[in-house]
Design a protein around this ligand. Structure first.
Ligand SMILES: C[S@@+](CC[C@H](N)C(=O)[O-])C[C@H]1O[C@@H](n2cnc3c(N)ncnc32)[C@H](O)[C@@H]1O
Ligand code: SF4
Length: 459
């Protein structure tokens, strides 16, 4: 469906705002969560039959892409870096397993980064085998890895598949050589096409490409060429991320010439054209920034209102609890966010002392839980049934969100939301501005100073 949006609307909504991979968002977390709080949560989790998602962060990359907003550590591709990191990561895993006290089944197992394929084949095998010592991976578990095509070859992909990885995601971003040069990431189409074809041959359940719109030098025309090339390859899923420009957090983004960055309306044009191309090619728009082929399980889950979202992205297998291992990783356990240390030498030091590398986090209040649910439902399903809300929380949506009625009314007047019976539905235009809709439910944004210097812009 084509969407026509005027420039004024775009500029009105182009403000700083969270992406809501968590609520409450990370800037509100504090040192109220420390090692002893985490141990207590792990122990009580161990006594339940709740299910688990496990995330492993491998922070290393060989070179730095200048747009990168991830938590990365740049190192030359030498085995010793991975070895030392794995020694510590495995120590962390042992401590976590000891505190849980039972061998939990993992429904969703995800390696992200940085670049997990920075590790050699034998290091990958070492980490995977160790995980199975402490956790059970079931035959139906989602086992996913983020892969940089530039540090992956057929042998590595073959060993990933043999170990049990069944979902694979490639960082692609843009095939345009001019854009690639501007962001310090030279990655020819052939390279991606080869690894993609090989993954198809090995029958990964799902192959995802990450793309970014809003990069320096991008134009709607140029990016539409990339989208054509992506469509020809036909991955099952596409994550089409809006470039998050946060130079106050990621200083290296200053290396880019801001004059090369598309303006908010150019950026939206790039997105809308790409969106249209994917829809025309038989992809379905999924939640905020994803596309999937109709027979992909993500598309099916979205259609059935069974799509969920966490730090690892969208999933069809929601687990009750999440544990993150590794530098900067995030977990969510027993209503508590847990954030690991961000500096590598400190991460090593704390583990060398036999302690868990927890830095901060957030214990959710009841109000946090209610708002987290509301934001998640809007983000994943683009609609919210007030009756469902009442069933879950035992209180009327309109009474609970009395102070938010003005925002909701405004969203309806602006054509972002509509009310059908007891259901709030996000309109086609509203889907593009979903972050802005959700910001109205964010109690911390309402209370606090401007989010200007903490979040990227919503477009
Ligand atoms: C950990 S990387 C993926 C694996 C590997 N490091 C790579 O780049 O091929 C995760 C994804 O985050 C996205 N990303 C990184 N920095 C971003 C930014 N500033 N704004 C939006 N998306 C970003 C990219 O699409 C990237 O593929
Ligand atoms: S985009 Fe991927 S490869 Fe590039 S620096 Fe970030 S994490 Fe590393």
């Amino acid at each position: 469906m084509s969407i026509l949006i005027d420039k004024d609307t775009i500029l009105k909504y182009d403000k700083a705002g969270p992406r809501y991979t968590s609520y409450p968002t990370a800037p509100t977390w504090s040192d109220e969560v420390n090692e002893s709080v985490y141990i207590e949560k792990l122990k009580s989790f161990g006594q339940t039959d709740k299910t688990l998602s496990l995330y492993i962060h491998i922070p290393f990359c060989q070179t730095l892409c200048t747009y990168c907003g991830c938590n990365v550590v740049i190192r030359p591709q030498k085995e010793k870096y991975g070895d030392v990191y794995l020694d510590h990561l495995i120590r962390e895993m042992e401590l976590i397993a000891k505190h849980i006290g039972t061998k939990k089944t993992v429904h969703q197992y995800h390696w992200g980064g940085g670049t997990p394929t920075f590790l050699t084949e034998s290091q990958i095998e070492r980490l995977f085998t160790k995980t199975q010592e402490y956790f059970t991976l079931s035959p139906t578990s989602e086992i996913a890895i983020e892969v940089d095509p530039r540090t992956t070859d057929k042998a590595k992909i073959r060993s990933l598949r043999r170990l049990g990885f069944n979902r694979i995601s490639f960082g692609v971003q843009d095939f345009d050589a001019n854009v690639q040069e501007k962001v310090n990431r030279i990655q020819p189409l052939d390279l991606v096409a080869d690894v993609h074809a090989y993954c198809r041959e090995l029958k990964f359940n799902s192959i995802n490409f990450d793309l970014i719109y809003g990069l320096p030098g991008q134009t709607a025309k140029g990016f539409s060429e990339t989208i054509k090339q992506v469509i020809d390859l036909r991955p099952d899923r596409i994550a089409l991320y809006s470039y998050a420009h946060v130079p106050w957090l990621k200083k290296h983004q200053n290396k880019m010439n801001t004059a090369d960055l598309p303006s908010a309306d150019q950026k939206l044009d790039i997105f809308l054209l790409a969106r249209e191309q994917f829809l025309q090619a038989g992809y379905q728009a999924i939640a905020m920034d994803h596309f999937a082929l109709n027979d992909d399980e993500l598309a099916k889950a979205f259609n059935h209102g069974e799509l969920y979202r966490n730090f690892m992205g969208y999933t069809v297998q929601p687990a009750d609890e999440y544990i993150g291992l590794g530098l900067t990783s995030i977990g969510f356990l027993e209503n508590t966010f847990v954030h690991n240390i961000k500096v590598l030498p400190e991460y090593y030091k704390v583990l060398d002392e036999g302690k868990l590398p927890v830095e901060r986090g957030k214990i959710l209040t009841h109000d946090d839980t209610v708002r987290r649910w509301t934001i998640n439902v809007l983000m994943c399903q683009f609609q919210l049934d007030k009756v469902n809300f009442q069933t879950i929380f035992g209180t009327s949506f309109d009474i609970y969100f009395e102070n938010e009625q003005k925002h909701l009314k405004h969203c309806q007047e602006e054509g972002l939301l509509e009310e059908v019976g007891s259901t709030l539905k996000v309109t086609e235009i509203g889907k593009i501005f979903i972050r802005n809709i959700c910001m109205g439910f964010d109690a911390y944004l309402q209370k606090k100073a401007t989010p200007q210097q903490r979040f990227s812009r919503t477009i």
